[in-house]
Design a protein around this ligand. Structure first.
Ligand code: PMP
Length: 354
């Protein structure tokens, strides 16, 4: 840290992403990426002509991509904003709507706390129930930005849509942001409620269910006035936030519905099979509607599991937060990835017994 850094940034603890090893020698189950190739139809759109056009700035309105997203969700393009990953959309939303503070669960996506700190918003962490479910009543009438990941990050637990709607209804004076990074793997999107609630913002990403984490495309769906607020922040920061290649990939990927449906189905099936196998090995498995499993074993701690798996060439995620310290989070890979993972954890658990 230099002596030049702004005083109010000196105590920020930035988000720490999962490891991205360069050598490719690991089975990588740590950042909830999709194990399957992106849509071939989407990739085929990156032609020589498209590459030539990278000389030119991208479309600052991202109109074609927004239209494709709007068509998929049966809303208008004025209901859609796109960003450089949903992280950027979240950053814009925190900047725009957290003046009176922000609240979110104590166990959730770690970036919320960081955005609050970066933008000087007071953050309130609302404890999840003992079984890691959300108590909807704790979110009623907050008078500040409400942020809920649904399914929730780290736990994978889904809050049924009628309860999400009640939270939105009971917060008319502030924005309720539903982060649906994982919803395609099991939840019902709140996108269908747009048009009925002018305080609802739904955020999704191409990083998980559409295999495009490296292309960095996320989007918000909301009332046109909320979208205009996000645009105001974007145009005060980086008008060309979405690059040409990623916009083309994402537009074609969202049009390739059958490929998307097929890859999501495969991941859901593998998730359910892996959960069953892990339970047989004595693991407690939180009920997941996402592309990851949060698991805990009575005989081996979370940190130890993470380290021993890493020694055996499998990367998973371990979080230091007190309530989930004994768990590891495992992203769903291919059936072969998961077979190796299950074999390695069994070896670790059996070694502990012997
Ligand atoms: N929200 C949640 C809940 C996440 O887990 C992630 C991925 N780490 C993101 C948003 C950000 O995803 P991206 O920026 O790749 O769209």
């Amino acid at each position: 840290m230099s002596g030049y850094l702004a005083e109010n940034l000196k105590r920020i603890r930035p988000y720490v992403p999962g490891e991205q090893p360069r050598d490719g020698g690991y089975i990588k189950l740590n950042t909830n990426e999709n194990p399957y190739f992106p849509s071939r139809y989407a990739v085929s759109k990156i032609t020589d002509r498209v590459l030539d056009e990278t000389r030119l700035y991208s479309d600052p309105t991202s109109t074609e991509l927004r239209e494709a997203i709007a068509a998929r969700y049966k809303i208008g393009r004025e209901n859609v904003a796109v960003g450089n990953g949903s992280d950027e959309i979240l950053a814009f939303a925190f900047r725009a709507f957290s003046e009176k503070g922000v609240c979110f669960p104590d166990i959730t996506y770690g970036f919320y706390k960081v955005f609050a700190a970066l933008f000087g918003a007071e953050a309130e962490e609302i404890p999840l129930n003992g079984d890691f479910t959300v108590d909807k009543k704790k979110y009623f009438g907050r008078g500040k930005l409400v942020v809920l990941a649904n399914p929730n990050a780290q736990t994978g637990i889904y809050l049924p849509l009628p309860e999400v709607e009640e939270i939105v209804k009971n917060n008319r004076g502030n924005v309720v942001l539903i982060d649906e990074a994982y919803t395609d793997f099991g939840g019902e999107s709140a996108a269908g409620l747009i048009g009925r609630y002018e305080n609802l913002m739904v955020v999704q990403t191409f990083s998980k269910s559409r295999s495009l984490a490296g292309a960095r495309i996320g989007f918000a769906m909301a009332d046109p006035k909320l979208i205009a607020d996000l645009e105001l922040v974007k145009n005060s920061f980086n008008p060309y936030n979405v690059n040409r290649l990623s916009a083309i990939l994402a537009k074609a990927a969202i049009e390739d519905e059958s490929y998307f449906a097929d890859s999501v189905e495969k991941i859901k099936r593998t998730r359910d099979e892996s959960a069953a196998a892990l339970k047989e090995t004595g693991f407690e498995v939180l009920p997941s509607s996402a592309n990851f499993l949060m698991i805990r074993h009575p005989d081996v701690g979370g940190r130890e599991l993470y380290e021993k798996l890493k020694e055996r060439g499998v990367l998973v995620r371990h979080f230091g937060d007190e309530r989930i310290r004994e768990y590891i989070r495992v992203s769903i890979g291919t059936p072969e990835n998961m077979r190796i993972f299950t074999e390695k954890v069994k070896e670790i658990v059996d070694g502990k017994k012997g």
